[in-house]
Write a protein that binds this ligand. Sequence first.
Ligand code: NDP
Length: 497
Amino acid sequence: MSATVYKNFIGGESIASRAGKTFERRNPADTREVVGVFQESDAEDVDAAVRAAKAAFPAWSGVPAPQRGEILLRAAEIIQSRKDRYSRDLTREMGKPLFEAGGDIVEAIGMAQYAGSEGRRMHGVTTPSELPNKFQMSIRQPIGVVGLITPWNFPMAIAAWKMLPALVCGNTVVIKPGEDAAISTYNLVECLVEAGLPPGVVNIITGHGPGAGQPLVEHPDVPVISFTGSTATGRLVYELAARQLKRVSLELGGKNPLIVMPDADIDLVMQGVVWAAFGTTGQRCTATSRLIVHREVAGPLVARIIARARSLRVGNGLDAETEMGPLVNATQLERVLGYIELGQQEGATLGCGGGRLRDGDLAHGHFMQPTVFTGVRPTMRIAREEIFGPVLSVIEVDSLDEAVAVANDVAYGLSASIYTRDINAAFRAMLGLQSGIVYINAPTIGAEIHLPFGGVKATGNGHREAGPTMLDVFSEWKSVYIDYSGSLQRAQIDNIA
Ligand code: NDP
């Protein structure tokens, strides 16, 4: 069976790249299968997409926000009706097991509902004036063409997190999805179009980062860039966009700590750690990659984690039995295996895993064992750098203060967690941890769309997605003063006694 060819989606039409170049995406669980053929776009293709988005902006921004929201709400229902098919597409393109792929789709549905209903709120602030016969309020306005650059690890959820708030505000969009998982973006946009989104309001450009992403960042008619990806690429995007004073939102890497105090429920911790370290094969920005455990309970806890990690069923995500899928591509597999070697050179002990899996059908995919390093010191690179694979580093500590200090002593600050039944310890950690998200008695993954999402330090540049903050990067505030006194009233002068 020949693979589907996905063309760029520009102005409501499917259009091949002008240079006629394409690239294939293969299933990471079985590289014999081509899951799709995509356009390898360049600056000219990006320009065509931006022009289509710019042309669509006046009409779309003029649609009343509740009506824009209605389209998102209808799209939510359409996505829901196709959840199983879209989950399979997602598993085939990036590898996560079907049950996790379903979660990715559900997140997009939730965001479509949340952002759709925002069309009926979009609250501004109205305050009393300090002068008589004067009224004042603030309103949100759309900005224009928004450029979205997304990674492959949550291919539908992250696209939805960015696109849907941008749309409900009245912006138009050009999205460049990660080259390893573009199908889910097409699926999301297909639903929006069927729900009534006019042509040109969302445009999809596929291709590689430097060839297709960078021209979007640099395009003068794209005043807003929302980017999720690695810190290295995010820094470059920020620098390039700064030259044109663009508004940029960056969601970047993490090195997320999970702290365990001696009074924690050890079985609960084991379950949480295994889920958060090895779910999505460790390829979540919020994955638990450091277990910072009080020495008193380290032995029994780590033994249980290792036993469970060894029993995880690794395989093709389409198989209902699979608990952990492959790495996303060969480069990522090599990178993670490089960290396994490095960890051993640095003096850490390989508690379990560490190897590539090649038995039977696994030989055709990018599979590796869930891995636990023990005896890790906070100064080691495996304790400081984002590995983005199924690798957990165990660091032992003697106190809560030491645990929080170790947790904070990295460049990143996305998500952090503590397991304890001591309310005082929980509050001290909650306030002391340098991260955008904190969990108490739950692992570092599991964010919901109703609260702000994002991190501090090298994880971002201060913006938050989702929650009540989701509109901030996609809208401009306008403050409006209406003086109906019929006379000149000078603020801060005429009203001062
Ligand atoms: P990358 O930074 O490699 O890529 C992210 C996106 O940027 C992709 O679409 C990529 O295209 C594109 N890109 C690459 N180079 C450029 C460039 N020069 N100009 C413009 N765009 C470019 O990250 P990954 O896709 O590998 O994703 C994994 C990383 O993302 C991890 O570090 C992870 O922590 C982070 N991440 C952060 C999240 C958060 O919310 N904080 C959530 C999810 C992931 P292409 O795919 O073609 O290379």
